[in-house]
Ligand binder design. Structure first.
Ligand code: HAH
Length: 339
């Protein structure tokens, strides 16, 4: 009897996520130099795309004005090559994880528009140029839209110094560096109607000006209570109506509600079942939209390492992914491969 149980479990474990979704979309994971070792087996079996979690961000590759550091990024590119995977580039123009020198001139005064635009171009051409044959799509601009209120643009230093055309400039320049790359705008809360409509109007404006933007990256930092499947559906429809392809770029499903400040020792069976049900509903929806969705990337591989252990509450354990802390498939995994 016991033998049979193990046998059944082993058979279920044979299922490969990327194989199962072959006819639908690429299955990706955010990785770092630690996780490509620690999660190597899971990555090889279940994923056919990777994104560098931090290693291609501005401060990581361009810490000083005349110094680029590509060692860690190259490690991830080597891993992708060795395993025949695709790779997304994340991210060129973002307000986060930027070095201080970027927005200041040599006298310590705020950089001028021309100085910052020049630096942006140098950065894009060096980073995109280096990985031209390896990276098939880029998050050119990340999180440029304000969360609440009527204002469309986040008041970032990029925006304050260059003006609202920093977005258009970044896309046009990226396209000239690698005309073959798919260029994405990427953001969180992108299915919440208030922010969704602002992102939509930004993208519509870019399309009307023939700016080369090819895709909308819906980050997908969701939780077991929200957003609703209907909200996700409406957002996909809306962005796709602009002729953009869609990717879910940073998927994870926190077991805490957004404003929950509590802390769990372990996720209960009920929570894991609820998480599985949500993943199941969301992946059925993704499959329905396989003609417009070209990739779904998880922001991590297994629950032993997730950025959510430190966000939004530092040091609070979370269990947002498909594989548990021992790298075993969770109920959510079995649900989304069962169709
Ligand atoms: C994302 N931001 C970033 O795109 C990614 O690069 C990072 O590793 C993790 C999450 C999400 C986010 C944030 O940075 C701040 C507030 C809300 C959401």
């Amino acid at each position: 009897m016991e033998d049979k149980i193990y046998c059944a479990k082993d058979q279920r474990e044979e299922v490969s996520l990327k194989e199962k979704y072959k006819e639908y979309f690429a299955i990706g994971a955010a990785v770092n130099p630690y996780s490509i070792k620690k999660h190597e087996k899971l990555l090889q079996k279940h994923f056919n795309s990777i994104t560098a979690e931090n290693e291609m961000k501005f401060v990581s590759v361009h810490p000083e004005e005349n110094k680029y550091t590509f060692e860690k990024a190259d490690l991830l590119v080597d891993f992708k090559k060795a395993n025949n995977m695709k790779m997304r580039g994340h991210t060129l123009v973002w307000h986060g994880q930027v070095p201080d020198w970027l927005f200041t001139d040599s006298e310590g005064n705020p950089a001028s528009r021309d100085l910052l635009l020049g630096r942006m171009k140098d950065h894009i051409s060096t980073v995109m140029g280096r990985y031209k044959n390896e990276i098939y799509c880029w998050d050119v601009v990340n999180e440029a839209v304000q969360d609440s209120g009527n204002e469309v643009y986040r008041k970032s230093k990029w925006f304050n110094i260059i003006g609202e055309d920093f977005i258009e400039q970044a896309f046009r320049f990226a396209n000239s560096v690698d005309p073959g790359a798919k260029l994405f705008y990427n953001d969180y809360n992108a299915v919440i109607p208030e922010k969704r409509d602002k992102i939509y109007s930004l993208l519509k404006g870019l399309k009307e000006k023939d700016v080369p933007v090819h895709g909308m990256g819906i980050q997908g930092h969701w939780n077991i209570y929200s957003p609703t499947v209907q909200e996700i559906r409406e957002a996909i429809e809306k962005y796709a109506s602009l002729g953009l392809e869609i990717q879910i770029t940073e998927l994870d499903m926190s077991v805490y509600a957004w404003n929950d400040k509590g802390k769990l020792e372990e996720p209960s069976t009920e929570l894991l079942e609820l998480q599985a049900k949500r993943y199941d509903e969301i992946f059925s929806l993704f499959r329905e939209y396989k003609d417009v969705i070209t990739g779904v990337t998880f922001w991590g591989v297994a629950d032993d390492y997730t950025w959510l252990d430190d966000f939004p509450v530092k040091g609070r354990k979370n269990w947002p992914l498909l594989f548990d802390v021992n790298h075993e498939p969770k109920p959510a995994f079995y649900k989304i491969v069962d169709f």
